[in-house]
Design a protein around this ligand. Structure first.
Ligand code: OGA
Ligand code: MN
Length: 200
């Protein structure tokens, strides 16, 4: 895979889209893993920063999540790939990203995530957002696009199977438009932890 144009776009426009990201076998395993998590009711209602109020949370984002676990072979295969991607970003973009965190996310029909930035106030270590979509047979009528707001104007990205989207967590505002179908992804962030602040 030629990453150069991807990192160029990330630097110049603040976002990049990569189609056909994973090999078919790992993609299949991760989709099955997500299905099992849903069947066993192992996804939980996602929160919003430090907002504890259920009604506020509910009105802002409607997805259910499960953090990837290093003890699960499929999760750790994906986490290792993301670690490699982080190291590649560091080498190419002269960054010193120091970690990553990823969760499965499922948006039931009717749910959405209002316009926001991924870098929370007071917790500014999310540097690059990275989303892999797991939706086979996605149709335009399912809606549920990722709408991004770069300087060049809003643009909609369909959550198509095996599509990876990368963007700057600190500057690209985005939202998930109300979806008509179940909308599944692995969503995460490359992090920068300031040396010496690990104890906070
Ligand atoms: C998020 C988010 C976008 C998407 O989880 O912070 O903005 O397309 N997700 O799922
Ligand atoms: Mn987001």
């Amino acid at each position: 895979m030629n990453w150069e144009p991807v990192f160029d776009q990330l630097a110049e426009r603040g976002f990049a889209v990569v189609d056909d990201f994973l090999d078919a076998p790992l993609l299949h395993l991760l989709r099955e893993r997500m299905q099992v998590l849903e069947q066993h009711d192992e996804l939980e209602k996602a929160g919003i920063g430090t907002l504890g109020d259920y009604r506020i949370r509910e009105s802002m984002r409607g997805d259910y999540i499960h953090w990837l676990e290093t003890g699960n072979p499929d999760d750790s295969a994906y986490l290792e790939l993301m670690q490699e991607l982080r190291q590649r970003i560091n080498r190419t973009c002269f960054l010193s990203l120091s970690g990553e965190e990823f969760h499965f996310a499922s948006y039931p029909p009717g749910s959405y995530y209002v316009r926001h930035l991924d870098q929370f106030k007071g917790r500014n270590n999310r540097m690059i957002s990275c989303i892999l979509y797991l939706n086979a047979n996605w149709k335009e009528s399912d809606q549920g696009c990722l709408r991004i707001y770069p300087e060049s104007g809003p643009s909609d990205i369909e959550p198509l199977l095996n599509r990876l989207v990368l963007f700057r967590s600190d500057e690209l505002e985005h939202e998930v438009l109300p979806t008509q179908a179940y909308r599944r992804s692995i969503t995460g962030w490359f992090l920068y932890q300031e040396p010496g602040l690990g104890f906070l």
